[in-house]
Design a protein around this ligand. Structure first.
Ligand code: DC
Length: 232
């Protein structure tokens, strides 16, 4: 696709349904930049955990907001992963943002209006020149309501929990399937029920339920969709 036809592809949906894997594959195929916005909310949560704004699982909202000015988030492309790694104040945090501890607090941190304002502004700046595939919860509704292509991904919560469980076990983390499923369901509830930018399907987003689809099948579905879009 030539540069002047570069578009924004917004991928929203429930947690742990493979949004990032799908978005990354699309970006690689189109030569676009892939941005995982969940990683940005996780990075703020990690920083808050490490700087005393979250204690024993209790998020002190004022303390999180007070830390915001100290947090500089950057991305750097990692050719081994085929995606960008996330850094906080120059420190690589990619490996530390996906623990169950961060997962358990990130919904509450991401419901803080000042946190969303800061990260949404960054995301809009990153997509200013188009040619991005961005995944999150509010990309098609708030960050880029004018995105040319919007996809809303979902899958059965039990299937999502199993996928996340396998992923964490492969990384050597000690978790139980039960605890992961509880976290997945709780995040669905929190992400959809929050007052600010709740997770919801944009009216013009297409639904992709990948409970029983491989990544290859999802890509084939997407390429058909893209072709159709580009014709119109
Ligand atoms: O995609 P993920 O599971 O890594 O996202 C982590 C959390 O961040 C998720 O529970 C909700 C929040 N999030 C959000 O509120 N808005 C986004 N655009 C992306 C993530």
């Amino acid at each position: 696709m030539s540069d002047n036809r570069k578009i924004i592809i917004a991928i929203d949906g429930h947690s742990s349904c493979g949004k990032s894997t799908f978005a990354k594959a699309i970006a690689a195929r189109l030569g676009y930049i892939f941005i995982d916005t969940g990683a940005m909310y996780r990075a703020v949560t990690l920083y808050a955990l490490e700087h005393g704004a979250i204690r024993s699982g209790i998020v002190d909202e004022e303390a999180v907001v007070a830390l915001l000015d100290q947090i500089a988030i950057t991305f750097r492309f990692n050719p081994e992963r085929g995606a960008s790694d996330i850094y906080v104040n120059g420190e690589l945090v990619e490996g530390r943002i996906r623990t169950i501890e961060v997962s358990n607090c990130v919904s509450r941190v991401s419901a803080i209006p000042a946190v969303r304002r800061k990260l949404v502004a960054m995301q809009q700046e990153m997509g200013r020149r188009r040619g991005v595939v961005m995944d999150g919860r509010d990309i098609g509704t708030v960050v880029f309501p004018d995105a040319e292509l919007k996809i809303f991904m979902t899958a059965d919560p039990a299937v999502r929990a199993r996928r996340r469980y396998d992923e964490l076990c492969a990384k050597g983390q000690h978790v139980t399937l039960d605890e992961i499923e509880r976290n997945v369901r709780e995040r669905d509830r929190a992400d959809s029920g929050r007052a600010i930018s709740p997770l919801r399907r944009a009216d013009d987003a297409l639904v992709l339920d990948n409970s029983r689809m491989t990544v290859e099948e999802q890509m084939a579905w997407f390429m058909d969709l893209l072709q159709l879009k580009m014709k119109n």
